[in-house]
Design a protein around this ligand. Structure first.
Ligand code: G16
Length: 562
């Protein structure tokens, strides 16, 4: 049975206010363990009575000294977003937050949420998204907590949240009317102020401070340069429309699929060559635009295309790093470049040339936070279509698009020419990721266990003409706070620098997803025009042979190749 208690708070005018808080008894749910980026489950799981509430209360119970403080709340607009936001607002009020900033309509892209947390010096934020996963009543939902620096909570906090979910026996909620999320302005909820904010404004200001909007605008308006941005019916629609078409003056229609829909129009809002099909068809068709880009469900991922040309995320990071000083916000140079372990080492070559550190972290944007906070890195990137910088503490899809546009506006060369010139200078790093989605979890764990125990024994062996230098399970010690993360992926490394990396995704919601990352550096420009899969064919064969993917997963081929 629910019990009531009186919450004494201080309202926006400094007056003491009393609110009646309900304390609802509950019991723990299994499996509320945050993964690579928060808790992601099917909507039907989240919609169970008390499920979201347990997790939110576990977040609050893992934090301290937030009474009267500001919380930022927003999501990618997917199905269940509005319902979840109402619950979180009523729980935040019951738990003693003083103010919540929430995006109008419940919308905040993940990088915009990070921007708002930082700009308004909030205590932290709750972001609702399952990123690139599909949305709808039978699809995915997600929640994560971001700290006051603006980035995803570190493992010390996510571990504490998980621990709390296992013992939780009650949560606090304020029984009150729903908040109107559609009207910008202040309302009160108990003693808490809810400010519904323009979700785009702070973010757009930040972008204008980093990039040369005059030069980009001139290029977009002169008619000779054509671009297309595919928002995939997800959260970046309003951001891209306001910034590209509004502030920069790109022709109407530059942004396609620009209205956020709860089910993303039935699509899979993952900006890659498979799922961004509208954009890919146009960019690889006749009379292709000069530049194409797409972002994902919550706006933190990006895909970059030229006319008939795909830029791998790893190459994108390297090219942006090499050209960063063309952008006003990075004119003073970079402090360092960070990438996740499975990301190709193309960016390391740029860092070496610039004489700055190259950091290798586990998969997960949260691992970049300490490096950015300590001023050890300026740019970060991941093979999973994530690129970003120290301007916020999340990867940022539209930021990457604007940085590319700034580089293009300065260099006035096709995307393909910029990238092939980069390869000629640094060598080309052939790179691909093969995903085996929704395979049996036990079989996947077994495959990884086999690699962990047998992989190291391969040292010195010659496989398909490649000599194995070493095989290990990547472990990381954070150079700033000393925290240690183990079991971050099995690396099979060859004497010529090639690599095959195996890891299980931490973001899926059904079964397990095996990711196989393949990488080979080719210094000779005469060999830079090969097909990527052909160039990597021997490594693909080695991966199959060493892990027995077919035998263990029952799959003949990857589900997605990027
Ligand atoms: C999240 C993380 C990224 C990670 C990606 C893939 O991105 O923030 O750091 O690279 O998942 O992770 P995994 O390989 O474990 O599935 P997002 O865009 O899904 O939030």
């Amino acid at each position: 049975m629910a019990s009531l208690c009186l919450l004494c708070t201080v309202d926006a005018w400094g007056e003491a206010a009393m609110a009646v808080v309900q304390i609802i008894p509950t019991t723990p749910f299994d499996g509320q363990k945050p993964g690579t980026s928060g808790l992601r489950k099917k909507v039907k799981v989240f919609a169970q009575p008390h499920y979201l509430e347990n997790f939110v209360q576990s977040i609050f119970d893992s934090l301290s000294d937030f009474a009267g403080q500001t919380l930022v709340v927003g999501g990618d607009g997917r199905y269940h977003n509005r319902v979840a936001i109402q619950t979180i607002l009523h729980m935040a009020a019951a738990n003693g937050f003083g103010r919540v900033l929430v995006g109008q309509g419940g919308i905040l892209s993940t990088p915009a949420a990070s921007c708002v947390i930082r700009k308004h010096q909030a205590y932290g934020g709750i972001i609702l998204s399952a990123s690139h996963n599909p949305g709808g009543p039978d699809e995915d939902f997600g929640i994560k907590y971001n700290i006051g620096a603006g980035g995803p909570a570190p493992e010390s906090i996510t571990d504490a949240i998980y621990l709390r979910t296992q013992t939780i026996d009650s949560y606090k909620i304020l029984p009150a009317e729903a908040v109107d999320l559609d009207v910008i302005g202040s309302q009160t909820l108990g003693g808490m102020v809810v400010e519904v904010i323009d979700p785009v404004a702070d973010y757009a200001d930040l972008m204008a401070s980093l990039f040369d909007f005059d030069a980009i605008g001139a290029m977009l308006r002169d008619g000779a340069f054509r671009m297309r941005f595919d928002a995939m019916h997800a959260v970046t629609g309003p951001y891209a429309t306001r910034i590209l078409e509004g502030m920069l003056g790109a022709p109407a229609g530059t942004v396609i699929n620009g209205t956020p829909l709860e089910d993303f129009g039935g699509g899979h809002p993952d900006p890659n060559l498979v799922y961004a099909h509208d954009l890919v068809a146009e960019m690889f068709g006749a009379n292709a635009p000069d530049f194409g880009a797409a972002s994902d469900g919550d706006g933190d991922r990006n895909m970059i295309l030229g006319g008939n040309f795909f830029v791998t995320p790893s190459d994108s990071l390297a090219v942006l790093a090499a050209n960063a000083t063309l952008c006003p916000g990075y004119a003073a140079g970079l402090k360092g470049i960070a990438r996740s372990m499975p990301t190709s080492r193309a960016a390391d070559l740029v860092a070496a040339r610039l004489g700055i550190p190259a950091w290798e972290t586990p998969t997960g944007w949260k691992f970049f936070g300490t490096l950015l906070d300590a001023g050890k890195a300026t740019l970060c990137g991941e093979e999973s279509f994530g690129t970003g910088s120290d301007h916020v503490r999340e990867k940022d899809g539209l930021w990457a698009v604007l940085m590319w546009l700034n580089v293009l506006a300065c260099r006035r060369e096709p995307v393909s020419a910029i990238v092939t010139a980069h390869w000629a200078d640094y060598g080309r790093t052939y790179y691909s990721r093969h995903d085996y989605e929704a395979i049996d979890s036990a079989a996947a764990e077994c495959l990884m266990a086999h690699l962990r125990s047998e992989g190291p024994k391969l040292a010195g062996q010659v496989l398909e003409g490649f000599t194995v230098a070493a095989c290990d399970d990547f472990a990381y010690t954070d150079p700033v706070d000393g925290s240690v993360s183990t079991k971050q992926g099995v690396r099979l490394m060859f004497t010529d620098g090639s690599r095959v990396v195996f890891r299980l995704s931490g973001t899926g919601t059904a079964g397990a997803t095996l990711r196989v990352y393949l990488e080979r550096h080719e210094p000779n420009p005469a060999l830079h025009q090969q097909d990527t899969q052909q160039a990597l064919a021997p490594l693909i064969a080695i991966a199959q042979q060493v892990a027995d993917i077919r035998g263990r997963s029952g799959r003949d081929a990857p589900t997605v190749i990027t």
